[in-house]
Write a protein that binds this ligand. Structure first.
Ligand SMILES: [Cu+2]
Length: 275
């Protein structure tokens, strides 16, 4: 068998094994670990699909390069018992066909990745931010202050949602679009606007974050796609992602993604508690 055929067979075998191994690794990762943080939103899934596609494309390329090095070392090394002198095989400085294929293939792969998942993924994310694609959205006013996340539900007349321990908490019904309205100011020291700083609204499992800037009102749409909570997966939490002072690392809030019925019951409880 010629070297090219042997190399081709090895390339295919190791590429298939690599693709299967990568998939098994991703599928077996428990919630919150692995490459995806236990993704739980429509926007986060865009990133997952992009990552899947990039791994799928990159793996055979990696196998090709790595295998070429190992294959050459094994197949073409000088043997111990070979004479010190003698006719070496013909040497070439370059191989026009190989270089041509390499350059054209590299350009095509780069153009492909620019189109998909880059441009296509961005289009999906932009479309997810269009109000008309988020009917019946749940409005959550998010106020960031040093160092606390405050959540208000104006549609349900909840000014500040709190759990039994009196901590700020974010409840969201699964599969219903959410419109976050993000502001940075301190309602407890509202007279001094200069103490407001930039915070970063980040829920790792939702796969998106947005800076919260004093003096601006920013909007973020997303739809939770999975029943989960901070207790089940610590990556499902609100975490400040802009250094905003000594309390920055602890500027987090628990998140619960629940069924519509559970959400309705929770709303009643918050209203009854006068929150
Ligand atoms: Cu912060």
């Amino acid at each position: 068998m010629s070297d090219v055929v042997i190399f081709g067979i090895l390339w295919i075998v190791f590429s298939v094994l690599g693709e299967l191994g990568a998939k098994a690794w991703v599928d077996s990762a428990p919630q919150g670990s692995g490459p995806y943080f236990g993704v739980a939103s429509n926007v986060g899934l865009v990133g997952v699909h992009a990552f899947d596609f990039l791994v799928w494309v990159a793996l055979p390329i990696f196998v090709f390069v790595a295998l070429m090095i190992v294959f050459s070392m094994v197949r073409f090394h000088v043997r111990k018992d070979s004479p010190a002198t003698g006719d070496a095989p013909a040497q070439f400085r370059n191989n026009k066909a190989f270089v041509g294929i390499w350059v054209v293939a590299s350009i095509l792969i780069n153009v492909l990745i620019w189109l998909h998942p880059n441009a296509s993924g961005l289009e999906t994310v932009f479309a997810a931010q269009a109000p008309q694609n988020n009917p019946n959205a749940l409005v959550v006013d998010v106020t960031a202050r040093q160092w606390e996340w405050i959540f208000s539900y104006p549609q349900y007349h909840i000014t500040q949602s709190l759990n039994a321990a009196g901590q700020d908490v974010l409840y969201l019904p699964v599969n219903r679009p959410v419109k976050f309205v993000l502001r940075s100011y301190d309602p407890f020291h509202a007279y001094d606007y200069q103490i407001a700083v930039i915070h970063g609204f980040w829920i790792p499992a939702f796969g998106i974050k947005l800076d919260v800037v004093p003096g601006e009102t920013r909007q973020l749409y997303l739809t939770p796609t999975k029943l989960t909570s901070t207790e089940q997966n610590p990556m499902t939490r609100v975490q400040c992602s802009e250094v905003c002072g000594p309390g920055h690392p602890y500027m987090e809030a628990n998140v619960h993604v629940v069924t519509a019925a559970q959400f309705a019951a929770w709303v009643k409880g918050q209203q009854a508690a006068g929150n």
